[in-house]
Write a protein that binds this ligand. Sequence first.
Ligand code: ARG
Length: 255
Amino acid sequence: MKKILALLIAVVMIFAFAGCGKDDNSLTVTEGKLTMATNAEFPPYEYYEGDKVIGIDAEVAALIAEKLGLELEIVDVAFDSIIPGVQQGKYDMGMAGMTVTNDRKEKVNFSDNYAKGVQVVIVKEDSAIKTVDDVAGKKVGVQQGTTGDIYASDTVENGGYGEENVTKYENGALAVEGLKNSKVDCVIIDNEPAKAYVAANPGLKILDTEYANEDYAICFAKENTELQKKVNDALKELIADGSLQRVVDKYISAK
Ligand code: ARG
C-alpha cells in the first residue's frame, strides 16, 4: 500500500513539474509581459522623450514583444544593476546597448548580436588631448559599470589608465556634464551616444581614434533559455525582413 502511495505521489509530482515547464507563465516574470531592464540615458538606444523611454532598443524590444504576443514593459535602472536584476529574476531581459563580454557571459546568457558599438573619447574642442595616446595621466570620466569604465579603470600595464584617474558617473549624461565643468578631461563612451551628446553640447568633439569595437546583445538569466531562444527567433525575423534596420535608420542617420 505504502509503495503504491509513493508511486502515486511520484507520478503526480512528475506531472506537476512537466506542467510547469510548458506553462507560459514561467516564460516571463509577469504573465503576459516582457519586462526589459535598461538604463535610459543612452541616446539613440534608450532615452526619454517626455516620460516615455524611446530609442532603438525600446522599439526593437517592442517588435520582439509583439512577435512573442507579450506586452513590453521597460524598467529604467542603473546600468550596473541590470545584470544582477536579470540574474535574480526581477526582469526578463536586459537591453541597454549592452556589450557582450566574457565576464558578463559568466553571469548571463546573450542573444545574437543586434548592433555594433565602438568606444570613443569625447574631449573639449580645445583639449590638449589630440589622440587616445594623450589620455594617459589625464582625468577620465566614464559611466559606472560599462565597458568604457572597465577598460579605463584597468591598470596601465593592462592598457588602462589606472583606477585613480577614473571618475565613475551614474550615467553618460552626468559624465558629459563632468567634462563640460572640467571635472574630467575626457569621457570614454560608446560612439552613438557620444555623437548624440556632442550634438547636444556645443564645444565638444569626438577623437578620430577608435578605442575598442564591441557587439551589443540582449541578456537573459542563465536558466531562461526558452525566452532566449524565442527572442533570437524574433530577432532573426526582424533582421531578415529589414525591420531592425528600419528602426536603426530612424534613429541613426547614415553618413
Ligand atoms: N556598451 C557599454 C557596455 O555595455 C555601455 C552601455 C551603456 N548602456 C546604457 N543604456 N547606459 O558597457
